[in-house]
Design a protein around this ligand. Structure first.
Ligand code: MF3
Ligand code: CO
Length: 249
């Protein structure tokens, strides 16, 4: 069931979104060679706590941290660890949710640690731009397939592949609400977008195969071929005036 939000609810979601975005920026600014993913998680957690919010991921299906931190061939759901030290040349995807006044903001971005290869930069830039292509297609009257197609077309045209076994999602009082928002699709197909829908669009884009594997920790998702992956996400609202990004600092 897709829950449409009132304008009052959209205001509350913007507050949660701003906290999630601030935490993402704080952690992202701290990405540098030598820092552990545990420390990056602490920075995000503290930002959320200091804002009077709750780190949505913590305890979600037993997840043990505030952020998912996914380096290089880790696509999503990397668990922060004191033993995992960021190295120069790594691409570091950070995914953070904040719950404030009962509403969730969910966002992610890929950051460069020191100097990264031109190939890694192009993947990361393409994934960020693909998110904005998806957001541009999130217009009332369009359909979910228009969003997915916009992301997929932009990435595949540049030689990358789109992860299929994970998708974006509705966001509201719950982090994961209906509908599921795939990063692939057919224009004009799928659920019609109407004002009041709030969704997270989150392309996970791979340099090689779209196939993934899950590690035995039950969380970490890696590319099957060991090639790089990038991830960007915003929570957005569909309004009569067009898409509004809720996860903005
Ligand atoms: N942020 C992820 C998403 O965008 C979900 C994280 S799973 C959790 O859907 F367990 F870490 F919360
Ligand atoms: Co999400």
């Amino acid at each position: 069931m897709v829950v449409l939000k009132t304008s009052r609810e959209l205001r509350l979601m913007k507050e949660a979104g701003a906290i999630a975005a601030g935490a993402l920026k704080a952690a992202g600014d701290a990405v540098k060679p030598g820092i552990s993913t545990y420390e990056l998680d602490r920075i995000a957690h503290k930002f959320i706590k200091d804002a009077g919010a709750y780190p949505t991921f913590l305890g979600y299906n037993g997840y043990p941290a505030a952020a998912c931190i996914s380096i290089n061939d880790v696509v999503i759901h990397g668990i922060p660890s004191k033993k995992q030290i960021v190295k120069a040349g790594d691409i570091v995807s950070i995914d953070i949710g904040a719950t404030f006044n009962g509403y969730v903001g969910d966002n992610a971005a890929t950051f460069a640690a020191g100097e990264i290869s031109p190939e890694a930069k192009r993947l990361s830039d393409t994934t960020r731009e693909a998110l904005y292509k998806g957001i541009e297609a999130a217009v009332a009257g369009n359909r979910l397939g228009d969003i997915g197609h916009a992301v997929q077309f932009y990435c595949e045209e540049r030689g990358y592949s789109v992860v299929r076994s994970f998708t974006g999602h509705g966001v509201g009082t719950q982090m994961h609400e209906d509908p599921s928002v795939p990063n692939f699709g057919t224009p004009g197909r799928g659920l019609r977008l109407v004002p009041g829908m709030t969704i997270a669009i989150e392309p996970m884009i791979n340099m090689g195969t779209h196939e993934i594997k899950q590690l035995s920790d039950g969380w970490t998702i890696k590319t099957k071929d060991g090639k790089l992956s990038a991830h960007f996400e915003h929570t957005i609202a569909i309004t009569a005036d067009g898409p509004v990004i809720l996860t903005k600092v």
